[in-house]
Write a protein that binds this ligand. Structure first.
Ligand SMILES: Nc1ncnc2c1ncn2[C@@H]1O[C@H](COP(=O)(O)OP(=O)(O)O)[C@@H](O)[C@H]1O
Ligand SMILES: [Mg+2]
Length: 446
């Protein structure tokens, strides 16, 4: 059971929570030191960041057998698992210690995924299979997806992506993000590491882009008793997201809305195209000043993108927290770039392994019709475009828009036992965790 070393670690942790921001970083590292390598239970360990570590072969929830580690984020580990009830369907399990209580990202993430996929599984969001709370950890099991765009870029290009590829990837990211917005949520941490292709074990989806990691997502509107209502903007918020991709509004501590997700998409595309003006800048003030400069001079930043996208950044500049972005401007621009390059979503990406692409063609997977998303981009099921007033912000929720050519797929089979419904914010990747502890990776997620 508990040894002296563990006990000291626990005390340190409690103190760290108690002292919150004041002494959080120091106590956290002290606590981590005490707990380094400590085996807390028979079947798992904590690492020095007090993340839960499972051994290969361990079975979680009598069903999910750890196959291998896929990745680790700032707050938890992600494993590939074998579904003992359906061995032909590999899955991914994300786990987080309950010691993150009060700031659990996974609980929030589960809630967001369930809400977004409630009526119909959204094409570009992972399918959630199961979510449970154990005495010492919370975990969620979802469909296994492929490489994230950060790794994809490094593995295949070492540098930039060609226009004809990032325009097609961007189109799918936009679709994913708009479909979340249409369900009342903003993502708030869009970046290449949180965007993945599908997995080759599922040919039908392996060329589909998925957005994941909803640990910082938040409802900007809520649906109650048959109505959508805008959530009031807070006067200021702590930093949320990742420095490189956060919108200029975040650097003014403003509450984050739909416009800010679109800013992040634009920064991702810029990074793919020519790299960002603040790409290698480590000084946070300089990054922020560069973002503000280009916010005031959006046309200057637009010159680093193809002319077809020239209207997007000036448009974003006009929006407030409550505004509905004009998704069609970005969509039309991306489509125009694709057309200029004569590519569709069904053509091979330049850096896509040829054998896999051929396999996909051979499998005869349903061809994607998503170049025809214009009606979906125009559809406005939430109809919130200004601050809440009793007369203008309550409307009936029509559910997923019929105009969406990508809306297909199975309903979700979730098992949300043990999760709370409260919508707390996870602490920022950059500033402090809700529990007062800084992100274990330092001050910022990569
Ligand atoms: N369902 C999944 N399938 C495959 N890889 C995944 C899956 N979920 C997450 N990953 C990988 O794990 C990494 C970390 O997961 P993420 O959900 O972003 O956690 P964090 O909140 O710690 O950043 C991602 O960048 C991605 O590469
Ligand atoms: Mg992540």
């Amino acid at each position: 059971m508990f040894g002296k070393k563990d006990f000291l670690g626990m005390i340190g942790l409690q103190l760290a929570i108690g002292f919150k921001k004041k002494n959080g970083n120091y106590l956290r590292s002290l606590c981590a030191e005490k707990m380094a390598g400590a085996t807390k239970e028979d079947d798992f360990e904590y690492n020095s960041d007090k993340q839960i570590l499972f051994k290969v072969g361990k079975v979680i929830g009598k069903r999910w057998q750890i196959d291998k580690k896929l990745d680790e984020g700032g707050f938890g580990q992600v494993y590939q698992v074998i579904d003992l009830q359906n061995r032909s369907r590999p899955a991914a399990l994300k786990v987080e210690s309950v010691m993150m209580e009060g700031g659990s990202a996974i609980k929030l993430e589960i809630n967001v995924l369930e809400q977004c996929n409630k009526r119909k599984q959204l094409t570009h969001l992972p399918i959630l299979f199961s979510a449970k709370k154990h005495e010492k950890y919370v975990y969620m099991v979802m469909e296994l997806l492929g490489k994230n765009l950060r790794d994809f870029k490094t593995a295949y290009t070492k540098d930039l992506l060609p226009e004809k590829d990032w325009s097609r990837i961007g189109l799918q990211i936009l679709h994913a993000v708009k479909s979340m917005h249409d369900r009342g949520f903003v993502h708030r941490d869009l970046k290449p590491a949180n965007i993945v292709f599908g997995h080759q074990s599922n040919m039908a989806k392996f060329r589909t882009i998925h957005v994941l990691d909803f640990g910082l997502a938040r409802g900007y509107a809520f649906y109650k008793k048959g109505h959508w209502t805008a959530r009031k903007a807070r006067l200021r918020i702590d930093f949320r997201g990742t420095f490189r991709y956060a919108s200029p509004n975040m650097h003014r501590d403003e509450d984050l809305g739909r416009r800010d997700d679109i800013y992040s998409i634009m920064y991702i595309l810029l990074e793919f195209n020519v790299s960002l003006p603040w790409q290698f800048e480590k000084d946070k003030d300089k990054v922020q000043n560069l973002k503000w400069f280009y916010e005031d001079n959006p046309k200057k930043l637009s010159t680093m993108l193809p002319a077809e996208l020239g209207e997007v950044l000036p448009h974003l500049r006009q929006l407030t927290f409550y505004s509905r972005p004009n998704y069609s401007i970005l969509y039309d621009g991306l489509l125009a770039v694709m057309k200029r390059h004569r590519v569709t979503l069904n053509d091979r990406y330049v850096h896509e392994p040829e054998d896999l692409y051929k396999e996909w063609v051979k499998a005869g997977s349903k061809r994607c019709q998503c170049e025809d998303m214009s009606a979906f981009m125009k559809a406005d099921p939430i109809r919130i475009n200004g601050p809440p007033t009793s007369s203008t912000t309550t409307i009936q929720d029509p559910g997923p828009t019929k105009e969406d050519p990508m809306l297909e797929g199975k309903s979700v089979n979730t098992n949300p036992s043990g999760r709370t419904k409260s919508q707390f914010d996870r602490g920022s990747s950059v500033s402090t965790h809700t529990s007062g502890m800084a992100n274990s990776k330092g001050t910022q997620k990569k």
